[in-house]
Design a protein around this ligand. Structure first.
Ligand code: NAP
Length: 268
C-alpha cells in the first residue's frame, strides 16, 4: 500500500528536504504540497521546487483544498501554522507527523486538545541518531546519577528562531525524568554575572547560533576526575526528513493517539 503524503511549509528548508525524502522513499508518494495563501510559490511544481525534477504536484495555498487527497500531513512550519493545520486534520480524520518546535505553553495546550481524535507522531528531532542518543542519555543519567553536573550544549544555524532547541529541551526532559527531577524546577537557561556556585541538581543549557550549522547537541556529565560526553552532529536535514517520512508511513497504520520517534523505532 502506498501512503499519500502532504507536505506543508513546502518552500521552507525542511519542506523542500521532505519533498525530496518522500520521492526517495518506498511505500510513499507526494500527494500535496502546501504553502501560505500569499506565497509566490503557488502553482510551482513541488519536485522542481525541491530540486528533484518535475513530479506533477503543484504547490497550493490552502490545506482545505487538498484535504481529501492525502493520508498523512507532514508539518515542519511554525507553531501558529501547525495549530491551524491540526484543526483541519482533526476535522477530516487525517494523521499528522509534526516536527515544528517553539510552541508556547498556550499553543501546546491548544494543539494537544486539537489532535486528540487523530494519530499523531510528534518529535523535536526525527533523526535516528538523536533518538538513539535519548536512550543513551537515559542510561547515562541513571548510572551516573547525582554524582555529576549535567550540561546540555546546542548549536544551530543563524536562521533558527527558538532557543534552546526543541531537541535540547527533549534531552533535558529525558535527563530530568531519569533522575526523578522536574525540568521546570532544575533547568538553568544561560548564566551571566554573579551566578554563585553551581547547584548539582540543576541541568544547564547553553545555546550557540550562527552560520549553517544543521544541529549539534552535546550533553556533558561532569564529575570530579572524569567527564562523559554524548554528542550528536547532524550534517544534513535529510536525517530529519528520512525519519519523518518513515514516521508518516508508520503512523498511517496506527489508531488515534500520540506517538513519537521512540515508538516508530521501537526504542521503548
Ligand atoms: P523555514 O525554512 O523557515 O520553513 C518554515 C516553513 O513554514 C516556510 O515555508 C514558511 O513559509 C512556513 N510558515 C511559517 N510560518 C507560517 C505560517 N504562520 N503560516 C503558513 N506557513 C508558515 O524553517 P525550517 O528550518 O524548515 O524549520 C521549520 C520548523 O521545523 C522549525 O520549527 C524547526 O525548529 C523545526 N525542525 C524540526 C526538526 C525535527 O526533526 N523535529 C528538524 C529541523 C527543523 P514562509 O517562508 O512563507 O514564512
Amino acid at each position: 500500500m502506498t501512503i499519500r503524503i502532504a507536505v506543508t511549509g513546502a518552500g521552507g528548508r525542511m519542506g523542500k528536504t521532505l519533498i525530496e525524502a518522500v520521492q526517495l522513499a518506498e511505500g510513499a508518494q507526494l500527494a500535496a504540497a502546501i504553502e501560505r495563501p500569499e506565497s509566490s510559490l503557488l502553482g510551482a511544481d513541488a519536485g522542481e521546487l525541491a530540486g528533484v525534477g518535475r513530479i506533477g504536484v503543484s504547490v497550493v495555498g490552502s490545506i482545505a483544498d487538498v484535504v481529501n487527497d492525502f493520508d498523512v500531513l507532514i508539518d515542519f512550519t511554525a507553531p501558529e501554522a501547525t495549530l491551524a493545520n491540526a484543526q483541519v486534520c482533526a476535522n477530516a480524520g487525517k494523521s499528522m507527523v509534526v516536527g515544528t518546535t517553539g510552541f508556547s505553553s498556550e499553543q501546546k495546550s491548544a494543539f494537544d486538545a486539537a489532535v486528540k481524535p487523530i494519530a499523531l507522531c510528534m518529535a523535536s528531532n526525527f533523526s535516528t541518531g538523536v533518538n538513539l542518543c535519548f536512550k543513551l542519555l537515559d542510561m547515562a543519567a541513571r548510572v551516573l546519577g547525582d554524582e555529576v553536573d549535567i550540561e546540555v550544549y546546542e548549536a544551530h544555524h543563524r536562521h533558527k528562531v527558538d532557543a534552546p532547541s526543541g531537541t535540547a529541551l527533549s534531552m533535558g526532559e529525558v535527563l530530568a525524568n531519569a533522575l526523578g527531577r522536574d525540568l521546570n524546577d532544575v533547568a538553568v537557561y544561560g548564566r551571566e554575572g554573579q551566578t554563585g556556585a553551581r547547584d548539582r541538581n540543576t541541568i544547564g543549557f547553553a545555546t550557540v547560533r550562527g552560520g549553517d550549522v544543521v544541529g549539534d547537541h552535546t550533553v556533558s556529565f561532569l564529575a570530579d576526575g572524569e567527564r562523559v560526553e554524548i554528542t550528536h552532529k547532524a550534517s544534513s536535514r535529510m536525517s530529519f526528513a528520512r525519519g519523518a517520512v518513515r514516521a508518516a508511513i508508520w503512523v498511517a497504520a496506527q489508531a488515534a493517539g500520540r506517538y513519537d520517534m521512540q515508538d516508530v523505532l521501537d526504542l521503548r
